[in-house]
Design a protein around this ligand. Structure first.
Ligand code: AMP
Length: 421
């Protein structure tokens, strides 16, 4: 029979690595809540139109990476390839803007894109992110970037990461810049790849994203989008830079940073890691001031970011960030069948004192139970056998020190209550 395996580009997250995920999730939720952001959880599939209308018909995601299917009633559904669109849909659907003119959310969860799998790039991957609706001021931009920076710092990644910053300006700025960029590229168009030639027609700004060195070299002398900023664009961007300096957050301006999705306006940014090779983008985001309106809501400015959790974990490992596993506190060894009911009862009492207690359910020898306790890196073993039942005692073994003593069962509660494991 054919062996059943995970689908290409998807991974099981096994118990031996789950502590890292939990630690990252806890850093994310604590930091976001410190900034007044509330968690939002959206469905994993949505109507396909949500993504094609927001992410953009001509983007890689929509043209070739979505997992879509037709439901029995004929509706086209899609496994979410990103989360901003879902959060915006939710914001509009539940009139969240009427609760307060400023709304701040964070999220984490799985996403699906049919990309070519490689290290740091999967078909099911996980992101955490934040979105803030209502403010078009640069202090909102700096707040979003500061959350990202704080999370990166708490994950030990600040020194290995660069913040790349750009502003792709207003619609008018982008229209003028698009023309200027096309005029510049036109004489060289034969030297560009098929993909870039296609983008020249459909979405010329995306050519700036090219990974080809030859194309990048040509683009080095291309006009810069900042030369096409109007006064509002420049004032906003200048204030943002000042605010970043105020909090000592280092950044570099990258005139070619445009980000892959169509909905961005104004500020865009990416945190890139020196440790990640080709897939070096840890976290990316920007303003999307027209997205709420595009999806049928009242015109509302918005800004957010999303970060790849797998990439965070790879980068944390490479910078030797130490995440402790949480081991059980006590291993309960039952050395005689007659002691089983007593061991169940005592284990249950210890759990109600909040200790993590593991006991053997295989009726193995005492030696193999002790071996298991050591393997689990448990600090204490409790042993109860025939003698201990008869005398109402229990053996308490400190596995780190290798010492042991016999105490009355009645004293066990006091012993563990006084103990900080
Ligand atoms: P995006 O939603 O494309 O702006 O990506 C935001 C972040 O998600 C990136 O910076 C990556 O860290 C992560 N990411 C995007 N695509 C993938 C993928 N296929 N596999 C793993 N991580 C990804």
């Amino acid at each position: 029979m054919k062996k059943l395996r995970t689908i290409k580009g998807t991974h099981d997250i096994l118990p031996n690595e789950i502590h890292k995920w939990k630690e990252l999730e806890s850093i994310v939720s604590q930091t976001c809540e410190q900034f007044g952001y509330q968690e939002i959880r959206n469905p994993i599939f949505e109507e396909t139109g949500l993504f094609s209308r927001s992410v953009g018909e001509e983007t890689d995601i929509v043209t070739k990476e979505m997992y879509s299917w037709e439901d029995v009633d004929g509706t086209s559904l899609t496994l979410r390839p990103e989360l901003t669109a879902s959060v915006v849909r939710s914001y509009i659907q539940h009139n969240l803007g009427t609760i307060s003119p400023i709304q701040r959310f964070y999220y984490s969860g799985p996403l699906f894109r049919r990309e070519r799998p490689q290290k740091g790039r999967q078909r099911q991957f996980h992101q955490f992110g934040v979105e803030a609706f209502g403010s078009n001021n640069p202090e909102q931009d700096v707040e979003i970037i500061a959350i990202a920076w704080k999370i990166l710092s708490l994950c030990g990644l600040a020194n290995d990461t660069t913040l790349n910053l750009n502003s792709i300006g207003s619609k008018e700025c982008r229209n003028n810049y698009r023309k200027a960029l096309k005029n510049y590229i036109y004489p060289y168009i034969k030297d560009f790849s098929k993909t870039s030639q296609h983008r020249f027609e459909t979405n010329p700004l995306r050519i700036l994203d090219t990974k080809s060195e030859k194309e990048q070299e040509i683009l080095n002398d291309a006009p810069k989008i900042s030369d096409y900023h109007n006064e509002t664009d420049s004032t906003h961007f200048e204030s943002l830079k000042e605010f970043l300096k105020d909090i000592d957050l280092p950044f570099s301006i990258n005139h070619k940073l445009v980000r892959g999705l169509d909905y961005y306006t104004g500020t865009v940014f990416e945190f890139n890691s020196v440790n990640l090779g080709a897939q070096d983008a840890l976290l990316g985001g920007g303003r999307y001031n027209r997205l709420v309106e595009t999806l049928g809501g009242k015109p509302t400015p918005g800004i957010g970011f999303a970060a790849g959790m797998e990439r965070f974990l790879i980068a944390m490992e490479q910078s030797n960030f130490n995440i402790k596993k949480s081991n059980p506190d006590i291993y309960f060894i039952c050395a005689d069948k007659k002691a089983i009911s007593r061991s169940i009862e005592i284990s249950s009492r210890l759990r109600s004192l909040n200790f993590k207690v593991v006991s053997d359910t295989l009726r193995r020898s005492m030696k193999s139970q002790l071996r298991e306790a050591n393997k689990l890196k448990v600090k204490y073993a409790l042993i109860i056998g025939e003698d201990e039942i008869r005398n109402s005692t229990i053996i308490l073994k400190n596995l780190t020190k290798g010492t042991q003593k016999t105490i009355p069962q009645s004293e066990l509660k006091n012993f563990f209550e006084d103990l900080t494991i």
